[in-house]
Every structure is written in structure tokens, then in C-alpha cells.
Design a protein around this ligand. Sequence first.
Ligand code: NAD
Length: 507
Amino acid sequence: MTQMTLIAATATDLPEPAQNRHLIGGRWQDSADGTVFERVSPSHGVVVSRSAKGSEAETEAAIAAARAAFDDGRWSRISGKARAAVLLKVADLIEANVERFALIETLESGKPITQARGEVGGAADLWRYAAALARTTHGDSHNTLGDDILGVVVKEPIGVVSVITPWNFPFWILSQKLPFALAAGCTCVVKPSEMTPSTTAMLGELLIKAGLPDGVVNIVLGYGNPVGSLMSSHPDVDMVTFTGSTAVGKLISRTASETLKKVALELGGKNPQVIFPDADLEQAADAVTFGIYFNVGQCCNSGSRIIVHDDIADAFVARVVELSRQVAFGDPLNPATQVGAIVTREHNAKIDGYVRAAVAAGAEVVLGGGTLEVPGLGHQFYQPTVVRGVTPDMAIAREEVFGPVLSVLTFRTLDEAIALTNDASYGLSAGIWSENVHTCLGFARRAQAGTVWTNTWMDGFPEVAFGGMKQSGQGREIGRYGFDEFLEVKSVVMRIGRTRAPWVKSP
Ligand code: NAD
């Protein structure tokens, strides 16, 4: 095994498995056929939740409840102030429940407990920001169309929204979508990943406590088929907002096109950080280490490839390797742990497959490169891994590995760095490290990515839109642009006075 910092199993009494049910029309329900599915913790190997397994019947019922709630105006036609009051209460309740939510999120996903706390606690701010948007939604007015005309462009909620989320940041991604849809006045049907259903179901309790009217948010637990696919095809759904893999995103886009519903997609990424010799290399090495190991590398924004200037490549990679050895891998329940378990055994094997294929194609593993056994917890972990000699044609340079595996490419000129950056089907995020503002801004303008970071990595704010270019997605999330996705635009043109000339010429 590679020399590294390892945190063995910490003696802990695990809680009883969470029991999750659907929330439909304000009522908690089991599935009509009584079926359930279980989640086995990737780190601890025991069942940590049991959830009702949704079928078409529950999905139909949830969509009908959301449709009725939207159409009768119990949420869509109340004031922004009233909507904001509920969202603010939800934010307070999230903060009061961070520990409970973070524990189950760690057990279901394998992420370190400190990162789960950060995710859940941090999400409260998304709800508060959305509350502010609820009160400040406005359109446009046109008062220069002539003395007798006033044109007003108003914004309205788009309607019933299907919210489909992945397993890697279950609560954060839900909170990037749901409060914004609610702030707009939409009603929702939510489906969390089958691997991490609990925090979404638990949020249902908080929504009820906060006074959200019945039927405004409905939660169906279960799998992509049939739940997610029916949520994407149903004629009573007006929009689908999805975060997940590019393959499923394309499927949803095709399905939704049958009824021309709006689709917003947040998909994968193969995000580069470019490092110039004049950068603060210590800061850059730390950010590269953070970018690849945060959330076990299972992160759409993972900085999974670095493009380093030839002159500094040896020293820079050596420093990243040194830092990687200091990152604490192991028991996600131990607050000292920075990197936890891989979500499934199959995914662990897939990560390893990318590394082996790269080696077979001529790349060199300078650190790690294999699964990892954490004493007392088993093998569903992967070593911190750095791969050099990667060429742009290798799968490890082009595809999402979604694990703690860093690919190193090199460059000599800014043009070359930009060409390598843009040589990808993805375009989610990109970063540049240089003390030269011309280099940074030149890169920022030409990088094909929804977010460009200069001299930082993965800094995000509710105010700043997030999303991808190319096959990383469609539409934007959070910020004003993300909020606009949930709004329809309607133009109202009004004549003032009896000035309209008749069209029909009377004899
Ligand atoms: P996934 O696509 O397998 O699943 C995502 C969700 O879609 C789950 O709830 C799943 O049950 C559901 N689903 C599956 N098949 C479906 C279908 N046919 N119709 C409707 N819904 C269906 O993704 P995942 O493995 O859960 O998550 C990892 C992926 O998510 C990675 O590719 C990652 O990059 C991406 N991701 C993107 C962002 C972003 O903001 N761009 C953020 C986080 C994760």
C-alpha cells in the first residue's frame, strides 16, 4: 500500500436504519404494493436506511397532487412575502437539524462527516437567498411605445417541476433547486437518488413544520425507472430539473421533448486546472489536492486533470504527491477524515479500470493506484492516486473518473493550455493559476466552461450562477439566472384610452 495518512474504524454505535416513506399531497405513504429498498453503507457495510420503493402509482399520485396544488393557487398565487416566510423557516429548521441530517448522509454516501455537516449547514444559506428572490421577482415595463400604449413583461412560475437528484451531494443539490423553484411559485415532485434517499425524505418533515401547504412538494422515493422516467415524460409536468450523469441527462432530454417540457440539466465534468510557473505554487498545489480529493473525488466539479507548465511539472507534481500523503483517508465518521468511501463496489472497480487502462496506454502511476483497505471497514475505498504521462487521447484524460485520481498533462504556451482545456466534450468548470492578470483574463475569456476560477478552486456562492457548457449541461442553477429557469415570461400589452383605429372599414 502507498504511504499515506489512514484513519482506521472508530468505535461507534450506528443508529437504527432510517425508515423513509413517500410524501404525497401532505401525507406520508408506503408504496401501494408494500415494496421497499435498502441502502447499505459504503463505509460500514450495514443497512442504514429502508425506503418505500415508488412505482408508477405513487409517481402519478405525486404529480397529480403537485398539479392540483399549482392550479388552485395555494402557493403559486400567494405573495412573495408569504413564500419567503416559509423558506426562511425551512432554513432555520435545517440549521437546527444539521447533526441528524449529516450523520445519515455520511452513512449513505460514504463522505466524511465534516463535509456532510458543511453541506447540510451550508444549504440553509441557499434557502435564505431563495427567500430574498421570492420578494424581489420582477419583470420589465415599456413606457416608450407611444402615448396610448403600456407594455408590461411579467414573470410567472413555470408550473409543476420534477426535481431529480444524484447521490454525491444529495442535500446540497436538492437545495440548489427546490427553494428556487418554490420561490418562483412552482410546485414540485422530488426524487432523490436511490442510494441517498434519507435527507430528502427528512426535509419533507421540515417543510411540513415550516407550514408549506400540502401538495406543494411531493417526494417519491425509488429508482430512475419507473419513477424518474415518468417524472420526465408526464404531460402534467411543465419542467424537469436534473442533476446527474450525462447519459441519463440525454435520456431525460429525449423523453421530455415528447411534450416539449423545459429541461434544465447539470451533468458531468472533466475540469482542468492550468498552472503557470509564476503562480503561487504552494497555494496551487493545495487547491489541486483539495480539488481532487474533496467528496472522495466524486464531485462534478472535481479538478480531475491538471495542465502544468513543463518547466515546473516535476517539482509541482512532487509537491502534490507530498500533500496527498498528508490527506486523511478512512472512516468517514471520524471528524479527522478528509476522504471517505467510494459509493459502490462497482464504482470502485470502474475507477480502478481507468487507472489500469491509463497504465496500459503508457501513463505512470506516481502515487496510489489501487483500492484501499481501511482497518475495520473493508475495501470500498480508493488510494490517493496521481497519474503522470497522461495524453489527451486517454480515457482518463477525457472521461469522468469520479474518484480520488488526478491526471497530469503538461503544456508550454497559453494557447496550448487553452487548447488542452477545451479538448473535452465537457465544459463545467476550469481554473487558472498565475500572478499575471493578462494570463488569467485571457484564459477566462477563452476557456469553454460555465465557471472559471482564477487563483482559487470550487469557491461558490448562492448569488453566482452555476452550470455547464457543451455536454456538461443546459441552463443554469442558483443566482438570478438559476432562478429565472423556473419562471415563464408573459407580455401584457395595454392600450390607454379609446385610440385604437378600427381594422374593419365600415361602409
Ligand atoms: P445518475 O445519472 O445515475 O442518477 C441521477 C438521478 O437520476 C438519480 O436520482 C437516478 O435515480 C435518476 N435516474 C436514473 N435513470 C433515470 C431515468 N431513465 N430517468 C429519470 N431519472 C433517472 O447520476 P449519479 O450517478 O447519481 O450522479 C453522478 C453524476 O452526477 C456524475 O456524472 C456527476 O458529474 C453528475 N453531477 C453533476 C453535477 C452538476 O451540477 N453538474 C453535480 C453533481 C453530480
